[in-house]
Design a protein around this ligand. Structure first.
Ligand code: BV8
Ligand code: ZN
Length: 249
């Protein structure tokens, strides 16, 4: 893998790196992206499903969609891209700031993760906010009822029009802002306020490296773009970093 000299120098000096990830990093695990040709939004529109009003209007339809996506996630494995990010923790202080709700970074072994849009394995009662982890709920295709108060149970994900969890957003934003290198992997960078994070990192002096199969909204402000599949690029990058670290010994 031929890397730009400036990038190699950054890798030699860096201590803290952030991976800001989107649906593209999970594509090679078999989870369709949102806006790609096979994107789930193409079949469903966010306004129809991924928002609170749609859930209150038709809880069973929205719950069934998430149950279907949960089953897809359960049948998937983290791919070499997720695994390479987890392996890089032996060389750098690595933090993952993900827009994904699929839990694959955690399953790959990453230990510092900010989940900006929640996690499909967690749910809570809209009435009393009791939390239910998916394994604690029997599999249903209708929205389950809270065991404590009988209220509707919803997925613990951030829907359109909902605020992001403050601790996750500000934690992810600050970590990216103070990073030496901010990798932006597999995201179209069109959903806000999450997409502000790599921009803040750039403004704060972080070296922004985009990994995507095609140019995005972010490409013009990235310091370096590596085009290709993240499941192929990240393992190659891991090998290059191993060589750099061996030379530094
Ligand atoms: C909010 C969870 C208001 C649910 C998701 C400005 C500021 C603030 C808000 C807005 C704003 N402008 C507009 C808004 C509103 C809205 C928004 O951003 N709309 C967009 C569509 C314009 N934002 C919101 O509603 C947010 N909330 O603002 O609340 C508020 C404020 C104050 C007080 C109260 C309320 C909430 C947004 C979160 C929505 N939830 N997900 C679920 O998953 O079901 S968003 C969803 O799309 C995902 O979480 C994901 O994060 C997001 C973005 O998608 P990507 O991950 O980028 O995926 P995509 O398919 O788009 O791209 C994939 C990329 O991968 C592509 O580039 C492709 O080329 C690449 N790729 C493919 N294969 C590979 C690959 N790359 C590498 N390798 C491969 N193999
Ligand atoms: Zn309840």
């Amino acid at each position: 893998m031929q890397l730009k000299k400036e990038f190699i120098e950054r890798l030699q000096k860096a201590k803290k790196i952030v991976f800001f990830t989107g649906a593209g990093i999970s594509a090679e695990s078999g989870i369709s992206t949102f806006r790609g040709v096979d994107g789930i939004w193409n079949k469903m529109k966010p306004e129809e499903l991924a928002n609170f009003d749609a859930f209150m209007r038709n809880p069973d339809l929205v719950w069934e969609w998430y149950q279907h996506r949960r089953e897809i996630v359960h049948n998937c494995q983290p791919n070499p891209g997720h695994n390479a990010i987890a392996a890089l923790e032996q060389y750098y202080d690595v933090t993952v700031v993900t827009q994904n709700i699929d839990n694959l970074h955690r399953r790959a072994g990453s230990t510092k993760i900010f989940e900006l849009h929640g996690n499909i394995e967690r749910n809570f009662c809209v009435n009393c906010h009791t939390f239910y982890n998916s394994p604690d709920l029997e599999i249903t295709y209708t929205a389950p009822k809270c065991k404590k108060c009988g209220g509707l149970v919803r997925p613990d994900v951030v829907w359109f029009g909902e605020m992001l969890p403050q601790d996750q957003y500000s934690g992810g934003e600050k970590t990216a802002a103070w990073s030496d290198i901010c990798f932006v992997v597999g995201t179209s960078a069109v959903v806000f306020p999450a997409a502000y994070i790599p921009m803040q990192a750039k403004h704060n002096g972080s070296y922004v490296v985009e990994i995507n199969i095609e140019p995005t909204e972010l490409s013009r402000s990235a310091d370096y773009s590596i085009f290709g599949k993240s499941g192929e690029i990240l393992p190659q990058l891991l090998e290059e970093i191993k060589k750099i670290k061996e030379q530094q010994l």
